[in-house]
Design a protein around this ligand. Structure first.
Ligand SMILES: Cc1ncc(COP(=O)(O)O)c(C=O)c1O
Length: 237
């Protein structure tokens, strides 16, 4: 069987557990994507569809771009991988420098990770380690927000605010996490752009600092525009 045929209809769908998917339903009625070009996807029935979510935000530049294929191919031919401990690749230093040209203020240290979930776990650990190195081991609380999504590892599930993700794992989540209220108010439902009301909900951070002790807080993590429980545009202010 050619690679092309194999990607169309696999012999068995049983062994592969899919994330965030009703596996039973999917396997009874599979939706397999076989090709992608630019804005479009093609499924195994040959139907063309618009990839309106950009591959869940992973393909914002479109699919199958020749210049990206060429750049990846060129790099693979020179150096496919190098371990990142105690040795490095010049290109990742160059990329870090380029990123700092776009980050605000003194956000100018870049740590690469392989996914959003990994990035969140790492950020939590860096915040705790930073305070510890400054002699403030008592700073252990992390403030998150209701309705937030920060990935599927334990730290991200703890600081996130998606209750169905939390329920099963409540007994093993991180201690010390406190949540601000989300800013999606009933009167925001049919508003386009930033709503006029709700900015005061961000004051929850001050209430939490007053109630739990600001000196115990290590970090606060908030999505500027929450995306996984509906696109929640922040209120003005
Ligand atoms: C704000 C935020 N944090 C973390 C994640 C997790 O990213 P990943 O799916 O790459 O692990 C997401 C994914 O949508 C996200 O939107």
């Amino acid at each position: 069987m050619s690679a092309e045929e194999r990607s169309k209809i696999p012999n068995s769908l049983r062994e592969h557990w899919m994330p965030f998917t009703s596996n039973k339903d999917f396997k009874e009625n599979p939706r397999l994507i076989t090709e992608a070009k630019g804005l479009y996807l093609k499924n195994h029935h040959g139907k063309t569809m618009i990839d309106a979510s950009s591959g869940l935000f992973c393909n914002p530049l479109g699919h199958g771009r020749k210049e990206i294929i060429n750049a990846i191919t060129k790099q693979l031919e020179i150096l496919d991988y190098t371990q990142p401990f105690q040795q490095g690749f010049g290109g990742s230093f160059e990329l870090a420098t380029r990123i700092t040209k776009h980050t605000p203020g003194n956000l100018n240290r870049i740590f690469f990770s392989t996914s959003g979930s990994d990035a969140v776990e790492t950020a939590i650990k860096i915040s705790i380690a930073y305070h510890k190195s400054k002699g403030h081991g008592e700073r252990f609380r992390i403030v998150g927000r209701e309705r937030a999504y920060h990935g599927m590892h334990i730290g991200g599930t703890s600081v996130g605010g998606m209750i169905n993700n939390v329920k099963t794992f409540a007994s093993i989540l991180m201690p010390g996490v406190v949540h601000m209220r989300h800013t999606h108010l009933p009167d925001h439902k049919f508003i386009s752009g930033q709503p006029e009301t709700g900015a005061e909900l961000a004051d929850d951070l001050e209430r939490i600092a007053a109630n739990f002790g600001a000196e115990n807080i290590a970090a606060c993590i908030v999505e500027p525009t929450a995306g996984s429980t509906g696109t929640l545009v922040p209120p003005k202010g």
